[in-house]
Design a protein around this ligand. Structure first.
Ligand SMILES: Cc1cc2nc3c(=O)[nH]c(=O)nc-3n(C[C@H](O)[C@H](O)[C@H](O)COP(=O)(O)OP(=O)(O)OC[C@H]3O[C@@H](n4cnc5c(N)ncnc54)[C@H](O)[C@@H]3O)c2cc1C
Length: 516
């Protein structure tokens, strides 16, 4: 799409996820010294909170350890379609993994839809939960064969799939896979309710507590900046695992996407829609506000590609081209990790670890996959019988299915290591930034990330990502420094916004000069 057509002013809409102003903020205290629990859960997103709630309900003592505020990560920025229809996945899964493992994936995700519905009902959670059909649609007859193949594959796996050519979306669609009785909800309202129970008894939720390291053992030790937690089992649900003995960084890539919440002048569609081809586009009604619709799109690998602000404008333009938009109310962006074979990693974190588990790589479908992970990990820790889910085994390696994605991910990554960049950045002495601008410069042979804020003040940090030593790049849509290798993100003062980095960008001192 030609960006020269974009309006020159800032994109429309409040720059915040719609889920925050419509739910309570949390204020759980940090860990205060050393404590012992049955299980420690690292990370308060859907995977962590669901796991913790299931273990707590079963009578365990659980500590949730959250770096910032719970449900402020990707889960607080999702579009929260609750469905086992994940784009076009089942036909490929059967090809790559065989029918038995594809059936496990299908059953785990469909069971997760029903688990959320049952939990909302049982606990009477006020979270705008609604049932709706989900669609993955084709726009051209060339894509129709894939739709038919997906319907056949999904039906073979026992999913509620049908082939349709009629939908209630207001633009032309050629054909679609339809799954009946799928759902949507307000993710924060749902999960805040679960978290409040975890925090109420002998279990605990600790916020503003960063986990630095996890040591396997009997018990395991979870080291944080506030003290040590000892626990029989540890679940690492920090989006990207803070424990990376199994080299997840070589097996997952970060995918960033954009969302606008728009108020329509006409009735919104009632279904959940997803166009898996390029350009990806997703649509769902808001949970509690009838005339709001959430539209998602413009995905790209984190730290790659053109201006992220331009991506908001393109999404806005797509919204206006396709819907009768009265106003754009909110806009935000977030990211998820996609595994090289597109299947999440849920289970023992590495072959040599006995009591440490991971849940990651949800590939844009964590509402059901994160819930399925919580169910599976709680069953494993409690030694309860559960449906067999070895399709999610984090220690699998499927050479045929994964090799080309594995190679392309790691080749892309290698282009961004710092040593390849030294000498190619302008010198810091040449810095001439207008307010709002940023760039990577070189000072004393070190790369420095420099941003001038709207008041004219310069913010400078090392431009080297502390995770694996790649050079960060500027994200003008969010005003952040993003790592193109593995997706770590930092604010202009170097604080961590997104994993895998655990620590921020190093301080640097600017040489004296008129600008510093
Ligand atoms: C634009 C977009 C739209 C999406 N829409 C859908 C959808 O419609 N349906 C769907 O099923 N899925 C969707 N997804 C995917 C889904 O939102 C994610 O898969 C899911 O929210 C990930 O949950 P999580 O618990 O793994 O991670 P998070 O929600 O990110 O939680 C991880 C938590 O760990 C904490 N943490 C990190 N490091 C540490 C540390 N060192 N110590 C302590 N805590 C730490 C973080 O602060 C964070 O709170 C979407 C994703 C994107 C990007």
């Amino acid at each position: 799409m030609d960006d020269s057509l974009s309006p020159p002013d800032a994109p429309e809409g409040r720059h915040e996820s719609v889920w925050f102003p419509t739910s309570d903020r949390t204020d759980y205290g940090p860990l205060d010294g050393d404590r012992t629990f049955d299980t420690a859960v690292v990370g308060g997103g859907i995977a962590g909170i669901t796991t913790a709630a299931k273990l707590d309900e079963a009578g365990q003592t659980v500590a949730v350890l959250e770096r910032d505020r719970i449900l402020g990560g990707t889960t607080g920025h999702t579009t929260a379609k609750v469905t086992s229809l994940h784009g076009l996945v089942y036909d490929t899964l059967i090809d790559n993994f065989g029918a038995e493992k594809a059936r496990q994936y299908a059953a785990a995700n469909q069971a997760a839809v029903d688990d959320i519905a049952a939990t909302v009902d049982r606990r009477d959670i006020d979270c705008g939960f609604g049932r709706a059909p989900a669609y993955t649609y084709a726009k051209t007859d060339a894509e129709r064969a894939e739709i038919r193949a997906e319907v056949n594959a999904a039906r073979r796996l026992g999913l509620p799939a049908s082939y349709v050519e009629e939908t209630d979306i207001p633009y032309e669609v050629d054909s679609a896979v339809r799954f009946d009785e799928q759902a949507y909800f307000h993710p924060r309202q749902y999960l805040l309710d679960l978290a409040s129970d975890v925090a109420a008894g002998d279990s605990a939720v600790f916020e503003e507590t960063t986990v630095d390291d996890v040591a396997d053992g009997t018990p395991c030790r979870v080291e944080t900046d506030r003290g040590t937690v000892r626990a029989d089992d540890v679940v690492v649900a920090s989006h990207f695992p803070v424990v990376d003995d199994a080299l997840y960084y070589t097996r997952m890539r970060p995918k960033r996407s954009y969302v606008v919440a728009v108020r329509l002048a006409s009735d919104p569609p009632s279904g959940l829609y997803y166009h898996a081809g390029e350009p990806y586009f997703s649509v769902r009604p808001h949970a509690t506000d009838d005339s709001l619709v959430l539209l998602g799109g413009q995905n790209h690998r984190t730290g790659h590609g053109d201006s992220t602000e331009a991506r908001y404008r393109r999404l806005e333009r797509q919204a206006r081209d396709r819907f009768d938009v009265a106003s754009i109310e909110y806009r935000w962006a977030t990211q998820d990790y996609v595994s090289v074979d597109t299947v999440p990693f849920v289970g023992k974190a590495a072959p040599q670890l006995s009591n440490v588990y991971v849940a990651t790589g949800f590939g844009g479908w964590g509402m059901t996959s994160g819930t399925a992970a919580g169910r599976a990990l709680a069953d494993e820790i409690l030694e309860r019988e559960s449906a067999h889910c070895d399709v999610f085994d984090p220690n699998r390696f499927k050479p045929v299915a994964s090799t080309s994605d594995f190679l392309s991910h790691n080749t892309e990554t290698m282009k961004h290591y710092v040593e390849d960049y030294l000498g190619s950045q302008p010198s810091l002495e040449d810095v001439d930034l207008d307010p709002g601008d940023a760039g990577v410069y070189e000072a004393d042979d070190d790369p420095v990330a420099v941003y001038r804020d709207d008041d004219g003040e310069l913010h400078a940090r090392s431009a080297v990502c502390p995770h694996k030593g790649c050079l960060v790049s500027w994200n003008d849509g969010e005003r952040s420094w993003d790592c193109p290798c593995h997706g770590s993100r930092f604010d202009v003062d170097g604080e961590v916004l997104d994993t895998p980095a655990v620590h921020g960008l190093d301080d640097v001192s600017l040489p004296d000069g008129p600008d510093s």
